[in-house]
Ligand binder design. Structure first.
Ligand SMILES: Nc1nc2c(c(=O)[nH]1)N[C@H]1C(S)=C(S)[C@@H](COP(=O)(O)O)O[C@H]1N2
Ligand SMILES: [Mo]
Length: 317
């Protein structure tokens, strides 16, 4: 997804790896075993084990579709706070602290509120939602998410009638997220939805995959999933939710407005300026099934097309 101008601003991976080697060497000098790397530098941060989630089946799941392997979902990631390569998040997010965790709700609400992750996890019964997932870069997966409709959470937030948009902000903690210092992006990661999109039952407040809590690299402890939109709309590791009367600024739109719009509905008819969106590469599929046609609204047209009635989807990309 990197635009030409950003590439210059993002430290090359080799330089980043050199810095890690340097840190390990510095630790050795300080009398700490170098072979253990950063793990030894931060002994207080244990790797969180995944916890089982009890989920009910949902009518909104895809039927008769084979989900992508757990290994692929958890090792081929975009999470720039932990680096820009697909393998960076699974390598660099291992010590990310996702408990305790709070989500702060503010803006156009009856009164600001803070929800702990424990409150959020049990606010509504967890459902398994098997959804298609399509990244704007042209690859796709099928993921068995766990969560409940974002609308259920929004009802608990008591937004005012003047709220027309909702913004999601990722945790802003460069001390834990090494990629934030490498990539020159206006952190924290910001995304947003129109209120009717946010209230649509398919929009999922997401806590898990494959019946377990989210691995850090997939956006633990809570993220958004909007299955008919390109993946970058689905903000990870959400720490703040704001209700607004105006469209919020969003990270990828700030970086390249001509390439990444606010709506970002999956649409095979509207190409990205630098590549076609007509087909997608299916991650983990056998070679003869690796390319498939991209579907309008990622296959969810029957459910969501009415949200955009009368809108020019070429202008509102
Ligand atoms: N905070 C944050 N959220 C993010 C991103 C990111 O870099 N930072 N990347 C987005 C993009 S481009 C995609 S495709 C999905 C990837 O989710 P996955 O790694 O769980 O497949 O997360 C989205 N959410
Ligand atoms: Mo993406």
């Amino acid at each position: 997804m990197r635009t030409p101008s950003e590439i210059a601003e993002i430290t090359p991976k080799s330089a980043y790896q050199n810095r890690r080697q340097f840190m390990a060497a510095a630790a050795a000098t300080a009398g700490v075993a170098a072979f253990a790397g950063e793990r030894f530098l931060r002994p207080e941060q244990a790797v969180e084990a995944a916890t089982k989630l009890t989920t009910a089946k949902s009518q909104l799941s895809l039927q008769g579709v084979e989900p992508t392997a757990y290994k692929d979902i958890t090792s081929y990631n975009n999470f720039y706070e932990f680096g820009t390569a697909k393998s960076d998040p699974s390598e660099n997010a291992q010590h990310f602290k996702t408990y305790p965790w709070n989500v702060k709700v503010s803006g156009l609400v009856k009164q600001p509120k803070t929800f702990s992750i424990d409150q959020l996890l049990k606010l509504r019964p967890q459902e398994e939602r098997i959804y298609r997932f399509r990244c704007v870069e042209g690859w796709s997966m099928v993921v068995p998410w766990a969560g409940y409709s974002l609308s259920e959470f929004i009802k608990e937030c008591d937004p005012l009638p003047s709220a027309k948009f909702v913004q999601f902000l990722t945790l802003n903690d460069p001390s834990q997220m090494p990629g934030m210092r490498e990539a020159n992006i206006g952190w924290p990661y910001s995304e947003g939805l129109r209120m009717d999109e946010a209230m649509h039952p398919l929009t999922l407040l997401t806590f898990g995959i494959y019946g377990e809590t989210l691995p850090n690299q997939d956006g633990a402890p809570v993220r958004l999933i909007v299955p008919w939109k390109y993946g970058f709309k689905s903000a990870k590791s959400i720490a703040q939710v704001k209700f607004l009367d105006k469209m919020p600024h969003t990270t990828w739109n700030d970086l390249a407005a001509n390439e990444y719009g606010f709506y970002s509905n999956v649409n095979p008819e509207v190409d990205h300026p630098r590549w076609s969106q007509k087909t997608e590469r299916v991650i983990g599929a056998p070679i003869w099934k690796q390319r498939q046609p991209t579907l309008m609204f990622n296959g969810y047209a029957d459910q969501v097309a009415s949200l955009y009635k009368g809108m020019d989807l070429r202008k509102n990309y």
